[in-house]
Every structure is written in C-alpha cells, then in structure tokens.
Design a binder for this molecule. Structure first.
Ligand SMILES: [Zn+2]
Length: 183
C-alpha cells in the first residue's frame, strides 16, 4: 500500500497496468497497491492529465479480478447496505477518509475544477465501491471504513494472486505493438 509521495512506476508496472486496463496507461505517477505477487492492483494518476483533463480518482482499481469482484458487490445491492451504516462514528470516519484522500491528492497537485471532490461518493454517499476499495487498498486498513467493509465482502483479496499471465499477452500483439483488445 502506498500514499504520496509515490515511488516512480517502472516500465513493467506501466506495461501490466496497460494490459489490465486494455488501453495504454498514461500519466501514471505511482502504483498505490499491489497483489501479493507484486502486480499492480491500484494505480495513481496525475490529478490533471497531460491533455488538461482533471482526474479526481487518485486511487484507481485496475486489477481485473478485483474490479469484477467489486462489480458483483455493487450488483448485489451492497452499496445500499453500506450507505445505511453512515451514521455516528462510521460517518465521522468516512468524512475523515474523504479529507485524507483530498490531502493525498493536494500533496501532488491542486486542481481547481476538482477541489473538494474526492471519489466514490465521499464524504456522505456511497456511489462507487471500486473507488472506495481502491482507497482502502492504497491507504491500508482503518482509513476508509466503507472501502474496508467492501473489501472484506469481496470474493477477491490482494493476499491471493488471481493475476493473468501478463507475460503471455504481448505475444498476441507483436504485429502492432499495442495491447490486445481486452474489451
Ligand atoms: Zn498477482
């Protein structure tokens, strides 16, 4: 797990994230969480992309098995269940997670268009479990209470490698050098 300042991503990190996303990964500033095998699970991107677009989601869940497991939670109505927990101490902790997320991003760059906007529905709603789980994986347990609960409920865990064979992929795309069509 990692929050800013990040170690610079390696060329191998960028290659794997590009395969995971099915498109070239751009403006990556760090790998904020990894599978037990070392492959990236959460990627951190510049708060303002090189084309000028603001990018609020500092912790982006990029691992296909993780995103699929979290999508299953969303499809099963878990967002509503978790949102119902946002009272008292949990609500306070969730607001603190929002502030921690913003502080992390501001430490990299202030982007006016997204000032005060974090991710996933924080600080008062639950809108995207992928963003919240990404935050939990990057920040470690005890920072984002809703992300932590979602990760506990997910069928995927960073402690059990479910990675694709990333070394097998480039052989399929030697003709044009691009990532294979993953979706
Ligand atoms: Zn793995």
């Amino acid at each position: 797990m990692a929050t800013p300042p990040f170690d610079p991503p390696t060329a191998e990190d960028i290659r794997i994230v590009s395969l995971q996303l099915g498109r070239p990964a751009r403006d990556v500033i760090g790998i904020s969480a990894r599978c037990v095998c070392g492959a990236p699970t959460v990627v951190s991107t510049k708060p303002r992309l090189s084309d000028g677009t603001p990018f609020p989601t500092l912790y982006y869940l990029c691992h296909p098995a993780a995103t699929a497991a979290v999508s299953t939670l969303e499809a099963n109505g878990v967002m509503t269940e978790l949102a119902a927990l946002l009272e008292g101490d949990v609500a306070d902790a969730y607001r603190a997670a929002h502030e921690a997320f913003l502080a992390d991003r501001e430490s990299i760059e202030h982007v006016e268009e997204i000032a005060g906007v974090s991710a996933g529905g924080m600080p008062t709603r639950v809108k995207c479990l992928h963003a919240l789980v990404g935050h939990s994986l990057a920040a470690g347990p005890g920072v984002n209470p809703i992300g932590d609960l979602a990760l506990e409920r997910a069928a995927w865990s960073p402690d059990v490698c479910e990675c694709a064979d990333y070394d097998a992929e480039p052989a399929n795309s030697t003709t044009d050098g691009s990532a294979p069509d993953a979706r």
